[in-house]
Design a protein. Structure first.
Length: 460
């Protein structure tokens, strides 16, 4: 049997340039003034600078200056760049398009909007194919006109994001953001500033969490909105370098530390799945599924639906491709190994079932075990190749913070059941069971009083 002593190499991540243009307009010549917009822009700018962005801050710009600043910013964007454009101020729409209101914009009728404001589509950057563009519009302030409404539709309309672009709106289409006096920031930017600070959180979840917080804060009167066509690698504003998956596995085996999914996000990038040894990739995916199980019982640090989509669309296929090509283990996994182990910590990780090949999917079944006197993690990774089950058994032992991986040969076809079925039998005592009310009591035991407690009073 091939045993591998695991040592960490630095994980490789693609480094992209970071540039931002941050605009805040609160002092208007012809529109109502806004209390928070300059603070919003200043605080977003400060955050971006602190986190590696070459950021330009524009305050109370006229139409001419705003157009020039946007054009100069777009011209500065080269390939392999993450760009952010943030706008806090008034926003309007005519019958076709959205517009940003500059400090000196004057609108007496709908026809004035396109001549005296700045077209929101001018914020799009489409010339570079390897970039990621974020446009954040906190720009739907209520009643923008000093002397009341002028027949202009409130709020912004939907915009279609070009490829590689996410547009975040502070509120839903054709509605206005709420204003709240006495606070430094507007409602939307306040919650964005809070969520944007979370390390390793994918940008899509930053905006989803912001939406949840704004909805709760405003009692559903304001619902932020996004239009996205992002693709490729996920992006986090703050990334803590994680170059040691082994330390997480040691913690799982030797301690009771709850490892949040957000801590593992830096490991999930395509370059790692192209370049790292398959042994490390197996541990990365195994740890992700372990943390999934842990977060079912505690607060979730990453949206599970989002991460599941990422795993099944990208990382499981990348791992399977390399596993089937590069795995050279030849030692067979003997059923007698089950007799040499005991399940520790009385809990299962991963799934407690195996589907037929035509309905199966990439999955893990794992337990902390004691094996030949050593603390270990048993990993059974189940996938599909050529319409057959493929099982990759692995045992990772831990001693004094050092890991040894015991690699076993892949098992295919009907032989997979010969291993999985007795293993599932071993796991049965530790399965979570959902009580079945009707199977646990007879109909005679449910009297009227008990029925009322369970289901409410019966109709008279």
């Amino acid at each position: 049997m091939k045993s591998v002593i695991l040592h960490s190499d630095s994980l490789k991540a693609k480094i992209m340039d970071r540039k931002s243009l941050v605009i805040g307009i609160g002092d208007y010549y012809h529109f109502s003034s806004l209390d928070n917009c300059v603070n919003d822009a200043t605080d977003i700018h400060s955050f971006l600078v602190k986190n590696g962005f070459d950021s330009t801050l524009i305050i109370n710009a006229t139409q001419k200056d705003l157009i020039a600043s946007i054009a100069a910013f777009k011209d500065s964007i080269a390939e392999n760049t993450i760009s952010v454009i943030f706008f806090a101020g008034h926003g309007l729409q005519d019958d076709k398009h959205n517009f940003l209101v500059a400090a000196d914009s004057e609108v007496k009728s709908t026809i004035d909007i396109k001549y005296n404001c700045v077209h929101a589509d001018d914020l799009f950057i489409t010339k570079a194919k390897t970039n990621l563009h974020l446009i954040i519009l906190d720009a739907c302030r209520n009643n923008p006109f000093k002397d009341g409404s002028r027949g202009v539709t409130v709020g912004l309309s939907k915009m279609h994001a070009p490829a590689g672009t996410l547009i975040a709106f502070s509120t839903s289409p054709n509605s206005a953001s709420l204003e709240r006096s006495g606070e430094r920031n507007g409602i939307y930017t306040k919650h964005l500033l809070n969520n944007i600070q979370a390390p390793n959180l994918p940008v899509e979840l930053v905006f989803k969490n912001t939406r949840n917080d704004v909805i709760g804060d405003t009692k559903e009167r304001q619902v932020p909105w996004e239009e996205s066509s992002l693709y490729g690698e996920h992006f986090s504003f703050i990334t803590t370098q994680q170059d040691n998956i082994e330390s997480f596995i040691v913690d799982v085996i030797e301690t009771d530390r709850k490892i949040g999914l957000v801590e593992l996000m830096p490991f999930l990038n395509a370059s790692n799945f192209r370049d790292l040894p398959i042994e490390q990739l197996l541990m990365i995916l195994a740890q992700v599924r372990i943390s999934f199980s842990m977060e079912e019982e505690h607060s979730r640090t990453v949206d599970h639906d989002y991460l599941d989509d990422l795993l099944f669309s990208t990382y499981f296929p990348l791992f399977d491709e390399r596993l089937f090509k590069e795995d050279t283990a030849t030692e067979p996994f003997s059923l007698d190994i089950f007799n040499q182990m005991t399940i520790e910590k009385e809990r299962n990780f991963g799934y407690n079932f195996m589907e037929d090949p035509d309905e199966s999917f990439s999955q893990f079944m794992m337990n902390i075990i004691k094996w030949n006197g050593e603390d270990a993690l048993l990993i059974l990774y189940l996938s599909i190749k050529d319409d057959q089950h493929v099982l990759k058994p692995t045992i990772v032992t831990s001693k004094n913070g050092s890991l040894t991986m015991h690699n076993y040969a892949q098992v295919t076809g009907d032989k997979v059941k010969e291993i999985v079925e007795p293993y599932l039998k071993m796991r049965e005592p530790f399965e979570k069971k959902t009580p079945d009310l009707f199977n646990e009591m007879t109909i005679e035991q449910v009297d009227d009083e008990e029925f009322d407690k369970l289901f409410g009073k019966k109709d008279e």
